[in-house]
Design a protein around this ligand. Structure first.
Ligand code: SF4
Length: 453
């Protein structure tokens, strides 16, 4: 039995696909072993969202080859789409498998092993697979309209299951490489999604998180007569018996309309936790980013959610140091963020991506200024998220228990409320995956509140 090890880099869509590839290998008889252990096959599902992601992808590929020079090292995913030619020349890489080719992983490996065996016998393998001759399975992703139907029966996290329902993006934000690595919008058939949710719920998952590359575009690629929206999909999933919670992945602000919000508010399994990607609190910067909303419009979307839900958790992404961002524009963003009062913010320093429009824009910002601005927003983020957690103290809520937790040598079980606030109860056997009800009493530290039954 061949041993395989997988490593995931990047977003929840990638981790879903890595899980699905692992399950394909298991069904084909591979033994899955931890990455640190010796394996015959290493699969690295790469990411290319920033230069750092590229570097980490290369590092993991080289680490795999170092772990076992005889092993077959497979580079899969977005970095393959972005830098396929470069990767093919990389001595550490034997196979490159692009996006929309992952369902073929097992047959690609089998062909490779057969080819290697045949040619080794003819002692011509050295020539065929000489360093810099990685075999490639990559398509022009911008051409495909087919959704690659990977699926899962379980996921490593035992309480919350991220499921992929959409791929690709048509937005072309000026800083983003993803439309070039993931292609155009492609949506998964709703019946396939519902079947997967039923399988996962039947095997004990209480919460699912809908995820995609541009989730808000779900269904827009279906033929006119079959056109569906994300809301339609959510409604179908909501009918699944035994499922307790539906959490949404990152959303495009424009999807938040009065109708959308009030419809969601009518579905009791929906978690009032909305990640609305903002990127900048300055209209001029948003224009240069090719984001299609204004700061006024964005704030209005937040108010729509705050009208439809009681104290919803609103989280976001912000890029600092985008080309041309003056100190004044940055301060405008900072004031805007303070005004919106986010629960959490993911703060990114602008990362130049070759091939994007922003990469050739004038007035690129020095790394030192990016670091300063990022630190300023991270301090603000810490302050705002504690304030939001405290806003729930004294309220009755429910927590999906996930894992053990120790604080000052005291043993607890910890989990998340529907608003994604962390809460703990005294440890008891068998609480994992249980939804506990109680009152949030006090903050045990900046992150965790104590839940009293
Ligand atoms: S919406 Fe913009 S940032 Fe998000 S994946 Fe698409 S192009 Fe990238």
């Amino acid at each position: 039995m061949k041993k395989a090890a997988l490593h995931n880099l990047g977003c929840k869509v990638n981790s879903y696909e890595t899980e699905a590839m692992q399950q394909l290998l298991e069904s084909a008889g591979y033994e899955i072993v931890p990455f640190a252990e010796g394996a015959d096959v290493y699969i690295i599902n790469t990411c290319s969202v920033t230069n750092i992601a590229d570097r980490k992808s290369r590092q993991m590929l080289h680490r795999a080859k170092k772990m076992n020079p005889e092993a077959v090292v497979v580079a899969a995913g977005c970095y393959v789409q972005a830098a396929g030619e470069e990767l093919k020349k990389d001595e550490a890489v034997d196979l490159v498998v692009g996006n929309n080719k992952k369902t073929e992983l097992v047959s690609i490996l089998e062909d490779y092993f057969v080819q290697r065996k045949n040619t080794e016998e003819e002692s011509s393998w050295e020539h065929t697979a000489a360093p810099g001759k990685a075999l490639e399975h990559v398509i022009d992703i911008s051409d495909t309209r087919e959704y690659e139907n990977l699926s899962i029966d379980r996921i490593s996290d035992h309480t919350r299951a991220f499921i992929k329902v959409q791929d690709g993006c048509n937005q072309f934000c000026s800083y983003c490489i993803i439309p070039y690595t993931r292609g155009r919008v492609r949506s998964r058939r709703p019946d396939e999604v519902v079947e997967e949710v039923k399988r996962l719920t039947a095997s004990g998952y209480k919460e699912i998180v809908l995820t995609g590359i541009h989730l808000s575009s779900y269904g827009m690629d279906f033929p006119e007569e079959e056109r569906l929206t994300l809301l339609d999909l959510i409604r179908s999933i909501h009918e699944v018996e035994g499922l307790k919670r539906i959490r949404l992945g990152s959303l495009e602000p424009r999807i938040v309309t009065e109708e959308f919000a009030s419809a969601l508010a009518g579905l009791d399994k929906i978690c009032p936790h909305f990640h609305l990607s903002l990127q900048s609190g300055c209209n001029d910067t948003l224009k240069r980013m090719n984001r299609h909303y204004t700061t006024e419009d964005y704030l209005n979307r937040c108010q729509i959610l705050r009208k439809a839900f009681h104290n919803p958790a609103i989280t976001t992404d912000v890029i600092v140091g985008f080309p041309g961002e003056t100190e004044e524009e940055f301060q405008m963003t900072r004031e805007y963020l303070k005004n919106v009062r986010f629960y959490e913010m993911h703060v990114f320093k602008y990362s130049k991506r070759n091939g994007t429009r922003a990469a050739v824009m004038p007035e690129q910002i020095p790394e030192s200024a990016k670091a300063e601005r990022s630190n300023e927003l991270l301090c603000l983020e810490k302050e705002m998220s504690l304030e939001y957690r405290k806003s729930w103290l004294g309220s009755r809520t429910e927590v999906l228990m996930e894992e053990e937790y120790w604080l000052n040598d005291v043993h607890y079980m910890i989990g998340h409320t529907r608003e994604y606030v962390k809460a703990a109860v005294p440890y008891e056997e068998g609480l994992k995956g249980v939804v506990s009800d109680g009152i949030l009493m006090e903050m045990m530290n900046d992150e965790v509140a104590f839940l009293k039954h």
